[in-house]
Design a protein around this ligand. Sequence first.
Ligand code: 5GP
Length: 344
Amino acid sequence: MNLDTLCREMPKIELHAHLNGSLSRSTMLSLQRYLADLGIKDKTNVFINEFQMSSGDSKTLLDAFSLFTIAHELTSVPESLAMATDMTLREFEEDGCCYIELRSTPRQTPHMTHKQYLETIVQTMRNEKFSIIPCLIISINRSSPNDVEMITNLAIEYHRKYPDTVVGIELSGNPAVGRFSHFLPSLTRAREAGLKVTLHCGEIPNQQEITEMLKFRPERIGHGVCIHPNYGGNEEIWQLLCKSQIPVELCLTSNVNTKSTPSYSAHHFKELYNANVPIVLGTDDKGIFATSLSQEYRICAETFGIDPSKLVRLSLRACDYIFSHDKKKTLSDRILNFINKNAL
Ligand code: 5GP
């Protein structure tokens, strides 16, 4: 089996994907047509072409945050949000993902409340028939500090109602804005209510915040770029990460395209992998970065010389880091079957 086929066919686990960053061009065009038919004025006509970031342009991570407003225009009514959720899950499914923890920030729009936003995603995940197992992580945006209590309350309410769908809470948004300490009490409350926590951590150098985050011991962190001493971190936080064994969600293309990392070969994947820090590959925003989870596995194998047997075991180990514990065995059995069938 060649590498492309292997990466597409092996069952994969996606643990770091933001709904509105994951909209593909074809999904965006469908949403645009749908909104036009409804007669809802949509300003995104001209802007869909700008919903992308590549390694060759001059856009950086901080520019990414203005791009999300393009997708947000298209998911501002419940019906188009449901379509976006459904189409995105199907794209992950077609790419060979068997389980996903999709994440999204509940938003109020002229057409729905925060609660209707959440309800729409949850009901789409629960009512449509998928072969992929969909779960939801509720996002808190660092740029909306006043929403944190309200979103945490919603997250707890929905986790109680649908514990097998709403599995976690996370902190994302512009890392240059706000302080982790502001969000800590709410995240602690969510955790005490049974939600698992993942934090965007170390996207920019901020050793104090990284220390506070790692000491909170989230169930996972995202990115972890500036932790190793070679990448803007220091020995102390690097050792803290290594000892904590907190799994890190790594998004290779996202880090390269936002220029957080100069190239694939300079990505901190290799430091984490060599130090046996638990890692899981993710796409982050597959729409903006024109990627897929199978492409991330292929790039990882090619860049770091990971052979097929080790590559598929990366996917297998991801089962240990998922937030819905009752699905671990089913998923790992499925990946083990693939390993045995293909003598990997
Ligand atoms: P949404 O939550 O609206 O479904 O997805 C888009 C949101 O996810 C963005 O507005 C931003 O808050 C968050 N997000 C997406 N990609 C990144 C990323 O690479 N880093 C951080 N910190 N936040 C992100």
